[in-house]
Design a protein around this ligand. Structure first.
Ligand code: GUN
Length: 289
């Protein structure tokens, strides 16, 4: 069997087009663009690229993009006070503080300071609680949301499916488990301390790999026909000294056993920013209601 490739670039483009159409309608009616502010503290090169991409795509769907770049010397108190000012600003619907923050700033304190209704990352405990209790006001973390869209593109009815989530992070593994459970899957969350990982993964009709270990999941770990969503983005250097991106799944062997699989790059990655824009739109709509 050769797996179907799930095209995340195309799915993200479609999602952005739908968002842009809805934004145009809402702006015509309400006279105000949705506003998304991204705060970046310091000069982390990967974060700078990510933030620039976010700003470009925010503009492209007709939203107002505000980028706030602060020096690495910014104090925690200064950052908290800035977040507070955006919490009160009626033109701002989404606030994102780019992670990682410099080590002198307590990230948890900053993320908790963001108003839950503007928390487009979905990291605030209020949104985590809303997600797990099925509250429709939940702003859901972007990478798991994007993964669900890709999963449903090949398996619209997830009810009763056995899903295995590899990884238990607050950003991906845990919210992913909540979404799969809400979609009536039987869900296992496995992790670095799980025993006999391959045999646990083999139970999955659906496998979500979010561990951050390059090429860890091998084809012979999979149930034939399984749908594989590879959330990993790992940077490797080849023998020739070239940089190469790879996922948490060994694509070559997995695509011979899986029914469908997301590639890296071009799978889950492009969906994340599209889902951030979707959260900003949702937050704007909730503010109008
Ligand atoms: N750094 C890398 N990815 C993310 C993300 O999705 N949200 C935030 N806030 N920071 C990040």
């Amino acid at each position: 069997m050769t797996a179907k490739t799930i095209d995340g670039k195309l799915a993200a483009e479609k999602l952005r087009q739908g968002i842009a159409a809805e934004v145009a309608q809402l702006v015509a009616k309400n006279g105000r663009k949705p506003g998304l502010v991204v705060i970046l503290v310091g000069d982390d090169p990967a974060s700078k690229v990510y933030v620039a991409n976010k700003a470009k795509q925010t503009d492209e769907v007709g939203m107002n993009s505000i980028e706030n770049r602060l020096p690495v010397t910014t104090s925690e108190a200064e950052l908290l006070s800035l977040v507070e000012s955006y919490n009160r600003d009626p033109m701002i619907d989404g606030i994102l503080v780019q992670l990682p923050l410099p080590s002198h700033i307590d990230s948890a304190k900053v993320l908790t300071a963001i108003a839950p209704d503007k928390d487009v990352d979905g990291f605030h405990a209020v949104n985590v609680g809303r997600l797990w209790t099925g509250d429709p006001r939940a702003l859901v973390p972007c990478t798991p949301s994007g993964s669900m869209i890709l999963l449903r593109s090949v398996l619209p009815d997830l009810s009763g499916a056995e899903a295995v989530v590899i990884g238990r992070s607050n950003i991906v593994g845990k919210p992913m488990a909540a979404l799969l459970l809400a979609a009536n899957c039987s869900v296992s969350v496995v992790h670095s301390r799980s025993q006999n990982l391959p045999s646990l993964v083999k139970r999955g009709d659906i496998v979500i790999a979010a561990v951050g270990k390059a090429d860890m999941v091998k084809g012979d770990w999979l149930k034939p026909g399984a749908i594989v969503i590879d959330v990993g983005i790992n940077r490797l250097v080849t023998a020739e000294g070239k940089a190469r991106l790879t996922g948490d799944c060994d694509y070559e062997s997995c695509q011979q056993v899986a029914g469908a699989i997301t590639p890296v790059p071009g799978g889950v990655g492009p969906m994340t920013i599209a889902c951030l824009l979707q959260n900003t739109l949702l937050s704007y709509r909730m503010r109008l209601a």
